[in-house]
Design a protein around this ligand. Structure first.
Ligand SMILES: Cc1ncc(C[n+]2csc(CCOP(=O)(O)OP(=O)(O)O)c2C)c(N)n1
Ligand SMILES: [Mg+2]
Length: 763
């Protein structure tokens, strides 16, 4: 691990050499594969799944235009990004993987999902097939001891669940919460399709990193379109996966499904300056990420490339970048007829190399199937898809009352006992609690480190990473000392890649780690907004409540230091608006330790917002292993005249104001909700019902702030009790200014809070 490496001045003249990137190296065909040991059955099932994908997609074409005879009245409302023409990539890839290897997929992912599930079933024994059928086994009439019959039923069920998801049905893979653009199937390591172009780059990387750290030998294939490769997250993910500090390379295969177009824009000759996207591999490590260009119209070539890539990954030589050259025969979606941006000649040329023509030809030539058998397989596949569609048409519509189901996990890792405890001999140095002063006090930043240390000891799935968190201990010293105890395997620096930090955490969490990621300042959260708001927050719900994302993103808010607009904001409202996240805002060192431990144990993504002013404030903090439940506020002081709700550091500022008010004979009840999501409305509202007045204090600007939500819900719940409209003391609607007089004016002060208390009381 090249950490202690002197960086000396060296200005030696030289040139930087790049190794060549191979293109279309596969020379095999079906004959040679059969001779080399490919079972004929496997070749036939590759053909079957090419057929399933093709017929599935063609059924969508008919459904969308209401021309599908078996379901004449069905109204198909979802997206229609079809992969007709690209089947060889899906089939070749999934044929090369183990059933429990991971994939992430795209908006054009029906084929990926069909093939991933189908190949997993192909390799399953009877017990596993029956387990897959589960409660729905009774839908099929077959001999339970007959493996082939169980397979037929399971395959039919798989196609049905896929179609049912597109139809938005309860039996769909994601209970109709995701639809075609968000299919996931965690039984078989399908970690989800993504409608954000490039959205899964970091998640796939995180899942692969987790697989390596958990030592389970799995690889993750990150399927992306050619258009996705130009998104910033692609760069961040490639870089993350190739970090030199990883002792073993990250076992991720970035598989670019280059169908020649983004929506209509072309990578080559138009929106990039390169001819092959595989060339990007040379930017990330000396191995070019083993980049290779592959014939994506040939399932055997894809299978060969993915097999070799997976082997490299399993050997610790990942990541690998594959560019599979393919073509979509239909438009971007069915509302695009392609006429404005491509020629018929071009389309015809690609139809000549259609895998649905070339592969059966090879099967016949090799004597695996004769013409009648090829036709019979085509008919059987078509019938399966028709049956899947008819069953899906008759499947259950989700009950509107179930709308919240699957949003948040109600589980924690509280009761894991010693199952995941860090073994004593894995510690690099003894783990010691922070040193207390005579009053048992420690700095809040030491409370951060202590909470992390305790949780990392009790659960070796907890890892910590972010910018400068390792040897340096983070920008605020809050993680100092942890690398000495746990080593670089569990505490490591990342590049300055906020999106990759958050997105990899989501991916790692989905497959079994419990990552704690650090974002230095909340001001940098917008760099990671897709990963936090569209991925981490949504993955559980969109995937039908099947994903669990136990992850924490620790970040800080500040102000009052003259750091101005990009280092002083209170952007909590950016995360409270995404259902699926929990948001925690401690106001003291004591709360910080207890809440951070609960956040790490929670099975949901938690955004943990620490105020920089807290880091250097001291509080009595027990050495014990205590936790504070998320969603339970605290009455900092009881009172009768007015309720003040304040969170994070503002709770301390409001406490000063309350003290000043008391000296004037005003009794303030100060409530710190401690967590914004979930919000302890019961505590707030029972206080408001008692006092009849509510003042909310926050450091964020007034408009569009979280305080408005607290105010709304209180007036909704306590309208009768309220004597006056709820008031919010907030920052002004300006970016935080630098100059001291302006910054002081901007951040709520005890005096300003007191003034507002007096006004509400009419004094
Ligand atoms: C971040 C983002 N930008 C734009 C879109 C709209 N959009 C959806 S698919 C698509 C084209 C994607 O091209 P590519 O990655 O090559 O995948 P393909 O559609 O060709 O399979 C675009 C622009 C989106 N969904 N997400
Ligand atoms: Mg494309």
């Amino acid at each position: 691990m090249p950490k202690h490496m002197d960086v000396l001045p060296n200005f030696q003249r030289a040139t930087i050499e790049f190794a060549p990137i191979p293109q279309f190296v596969y020379e095999g065909d079906l004959q040679s594969e059969l001779a080399a040991g490919l079972p004929a059955d496997e070749a036939v099932c590759m053909y079957d799944h090419l057929l399933h994908i093709r017929h599935f997609e063609e059924t969508i074409v008919l459904l969308k235009s209401a021309r599908y005879k078996p379901l004449p009245k069905f109204r198909f409302i979802g997206a229609t990004h079809l992969s007709i023409g690209q089947e060889a990539v899906a089939v070749g890839t999934m044929a090369a993987l183990n059933p429990d290897d991971y994939i992430t997929s795209t908006h054009r992912g029906h084929g990926h999902s069909i093939a991933k599930g189908a190949f997993a079933l192909e390799r399953a024994d009877t017990a596993r097939l029956l387990e897959f059928l589960g409660d729905r086994v009774g839908e099929y009439d077959f001999d339970r001891s007959d493996r082939d019959a169980a397979f037929d039923a399971a395959l039919q069920e798989h196609l049905f669940r896929t179609m049912a998801e597109l139809f938005g049905k309860e039996e769909g893979y994601c209970r109709g919460r995701g639809g075609g653009m968000h299919i996931a199937d965690f039984h078989v390591g399908h970690l989800g399709a993504n409608a954000i172009v490039g959205g899964s780059y970091a998640m796939a990387t995180g899942a692969a990193m987790a697989a390596d750290k958990l030592g389970d030998g799995k690889v993750c294939v990150c399927l992306v379109g050619d258009g996705a490769t130009n998104n910033g997250i692609a760069h961040e993910a490639y870089n993350f996966a190739t970090m030199a500090q990883f002792e073993r390379g990250c076992p991720v295969i970035y598989l670019i499904e280059n169908n020649q177009y983004g929506m209509t824009g072309q990578q080559v000759g138009e929106v990039t300056g390169i001819r092959r996207l595989a060339r990007r591999g040379s930017g990330y490590n000396d191995a070019n990420m083993h980049a290779e260009v592959v014939n994506g119209m040939d399932p055997l070539a894809v299978r060969d490339a993915v097999k070799r890539a997976a082997e490299k990954c399993r050997n610790g030589e990942g990541p690998v970048l594959l560019e599979c050259i393919t073509y979509r025969y239909k438009g971007h979606s069915l509302s695009d007829d392609c006429k404005s941006y491509r020629s018929e000649d071009e389309e015809c040329a690609w139809h000549e190399v259609d895998p649905l023509k070339t592969f059966p030809a090879q099967l016949m030539e090799a004597g695996v199937l004769d013409e009648a058998a090829v036709a019979a397989r085509g008919k059987a596949a078509e019938e399966r898809i028709e049956r899947a569609a008819v069953m899906a048409g008759a499947a259950t519509d989700p009950d509107p009352s179930s709308i919240y189901e699957g949003l948040l996990a109600d589980s924690t890792s509280d009761d894991i006992g010693s199952e995941w405890a860090t073994p004593e001999d894995a510690l690099k140095s003894p783990a010691a609690k922070a040193r207390r002063d005579g009053a048992g006090r420690i700095l809040a930043r030491h409370a951060v480190a202590e909470a992390l240390m305790e949780e990392m000891l009790r659960d070796r799935r907890v890892i910590l990473y972010g910018e400068d968190v390792a040897d340096y201990g983070g920008a605020f010293g809050a993680t100092r000392g942890l690398i000495e105890i746990f080593g670089r395997e569990r505490v490591f620096n990342t590049a300055i890649s906020e999106a990759a930090i958050c997105g990899t955490a989501a991916g790692a969490a989905m497959v079994g780690l419990r990552p704690v990621a650090e974002l230095m300042y909340i001001d940098f959260l917008p760099m990671a907004m897709d990963q936090v708001g569209n991925q981490a927050a949504k993955n559980r719900y969109m995937f039908g409540g099947k994903a669990t994302l136990p992850m924490v993103i620790r970040t800080s808010i500040g102000g009052g230091k003259g750091y101005a607009g990009q280092h002083s904001q209170s952007l909590e409202a950016l995360v409270t608006m995404f259902p699926g996240l929990k948001v925690v805002t401690p106001s003291s060192a004591y709360d910080l330790k207890g809440l951070l431990k609960s956040s790490i144990r929670d099975d949901n993504p938690v955004i943990f917002i620490e105020h920089q002013h807290l880091y250097t404030s001291k509080d009595p903090v027990p050495e014990d292993d205590y936790t504070i439940p998320l969603g339970v506020g605290k009455i900092i002081r009881e009172g009768t005249d007015i309720t003040v709700v304040a969170y994070s550091f503002m709770a301390q500022v409001a406490a000063e104001a309350a003290q000043m008010a008391e000296e004037e004979g005003i009794s303030v009840e100060l409530v710190d909700p401690r967590t914004l999501i979930p919000l302890d409305t019961e505590m707030i509202n029972s206080s408001v019902n008692k006092t009849g007045l509510l003042l909310i204090v926050q450091q964020a600007p007034a408009t569009g702030c979280y305080g408005e939500h607290i105010a709304y819900q209180a007036q909704d719940a306590c309208f009768e009790a309220l004597k006056k409209p709820v008031r919010i003391v907030a920052a002004h609607d300006v970016p935080p200014p630098m100059a001291e007089p302006l910054e002081s004016e901007n951040i709520p002060s005890p005096e300003k809070i007191l003034r507002n208390i007096r006004e509400l009381l009419g004094r």
